[in-house]
Design a protein around this ligand. Sequence first.
Ligand code: SF4
Length: 236
Amino acid sequence: MWRHLTDAVREQQALFDSEVASWIDRYTRQGGKLFCGKGCSNCCTLAVNCTFPEALRISASLSALQSAKVREHTDRLLTNVREIADLKSYLRMHRQRIGYCPFLDDDCSCGIYQERPFSCRALLSTRESRWCGLDFAELSSEEKRAFVESLDRNVTSFPLHYVAATQDRGRALETETAENMASRFGFSLYGNLPFLVHLEREHHLSRIIPQGIGTTTSFLDQNGLLNPFLVTVDRK
Ligand code: SF4
C-alpha cells in the first residue's frame, strides 16, 4: 500500500542529490564557497520537517538505539510544546530546550544520511557553521545589519545564509510527495521529522492512515498527538 510512495521518495532523493551536486559544482567553479561537511552539525539543532512518506522510510531503517533516542526526543518535544502559542516561540524553544536531532551520531555525522529528508538534503550554508547554530535575537542590531549586508541576495534565501535554489527545489519535492500521498489516501501529513518517525515507530500510523482522515485525526487527538507545530493534516 505504501511501497509506491516510499519508492518514489527514494527516486526523488537520488534525483535531488545529483541536482544538488551539479549546483554545488557550478557554484564553486564560479568562485562560490560553501561551509557544509561531515562533522559540521550546527544546523541539526533546527526544527526539521518532512512529509510522512519520508518519515516512513526513515522509520524502517532505524536501529533499537536510534528508536530509543527518538522516543526520548519526542517526549521532550511533547512536554515543551504544550505551552507554546506561536511559531516564533516554537522555533526558539526548539533551539534552546530540545537539542540536537536524535539521528545525529556521537561523531556528529548524520545516522540516517542515506534516508535524511529533502529539507536536510537542501540545506547548504554560505557562511561558517556558527551562523547555523546562532539565535539571531541575541545579536546586536549592528551585528545583524553587517551579517545581512554580507549575504549574496542572488544566491541565498535572504535574509538567511542558506542557498535558495536547493531549498526551493526541496520544497517542490516535498509538495510532490504530499500530493502523491493525498492522491492515494485523500489527505497528506507533514510535520516535525522525529515526531513523524515516532508516530510510525510507536503508533504504526501507516496502518491507521488508510482508514481515512477522520480516523487518523481522531486517533492523533485522542492520544494527545495533534499539535499544530508538530503535525499538520492536509485534505486533498
Ligand atoms: S536527519 Fe541528519 S542531517 Fe537532518 S537534522 Fe537530523 S542528523 Fe542532521
